[in-house]
Design a binder for this molecule. Sequence first.
Ligand SMILES: NC(=O)c1ccc[n+]([C@@H]2O[C@H](COP(=O)([O-])OP(=O)(O)OC[C@H]3O[C@@H](n4cnc5c(N)ncnc54)[C@H](O)[C@@H]3O)[C@@H](O)[C@H]2O)c1
Length: 262
Amino acid sequence: MNESLFSLRGRRALVTGGAGPLGSVLADALAGQGCDVIISDVNAGACNDAAAAIADRHGVNAIGIASDLLSSEGTTRLVESVDGPLDVLVNNAAFTGTSGVPGYAVPFEEQSDEAFELASSLNLRAPFSLARQLAPKLAQSPGGSIINVSSIYGIVGPNMGLYEGTRMGNPAAYGATKGGVVQLTRYLSTVLAPKVRVNAFAPGGIARGQADSFTERYEKLTPLGRMATEDDFRGVVVWLASDASRYVTGQTIAVDGGWSAW
Ligand SMILES: NC(=O)c1ccc[n+]([C@@H]2O[C@H](COP(=O)([O-])OP(=O)(O)OC[C@H]3O[C@@H](n4cnc5c(N)ncnc54)[C@H](O)[C@@H]3O)[C@@H](O)[C@H]2O)c1
């Protein structure tokens, strides 16, 4: 394989939720291929720290832009703050199963409409809005690429038995919005073609100190026999951002150790 196909030198990426545990690794992976990065997250200090660490490590240009993507105003403010060109948009920010939103990761009967709406706004409306507003800029790039972060729960339903005896939950709004991201990806891929490619990847569960009982059950149901680490997603984000995937659009790549294969 020609290594230059994976090069992102001269390109610039915006990563939302870029100061978080997965977002910062995705930004780091892109920067490792020479990509300049904009780290966006709610906390200004965390954005700037993550950007400074990446600039130090890879010698690329990296900046932080604080933004709260829960509202349309916050999303538009982020778009207006992106000065200069943009080649890659990574929609990573989301409420996950462990976000402490009241009425969200609780038993089904207790899940609230308000929490569903909040998750819809951050997990689905924000990627839509950023893609719509940044598409003209991305279309100017020689390799415009949008990468949406979905989840296995956007492609299969939850197995609630996994969580028995733990404090963990799997909210309806999570799967519904992550499934929405898969369909949004298909939609955008056709309306933004041929100038901008749009793909998603669907991570499997990432090991983050979950209860042993959960981890054991999860691993038994995973063909590759383990939970993910953040580093498992470096390859897919570089591939989807770069010319190595130049004939791929509208797809959701499951990166889940085979979780969704059976
Ligand atoms: N952790 C997993 O096991 C897992 C599995 C499948 C998919 N994913 C997906 O991967 C992505 C990252 O997940 P993670 O586990 O690192 O999540 P996380 O909650 O640890 O981090 C998400 C980031 O989004 C940011 N964020 C939260 N609210 C925001 C707001 N209002 N505006 C802007 N940014 C905001 C957070 O500050 C954080 O940095 C998500 O899209 C998630 O759905 C995660």
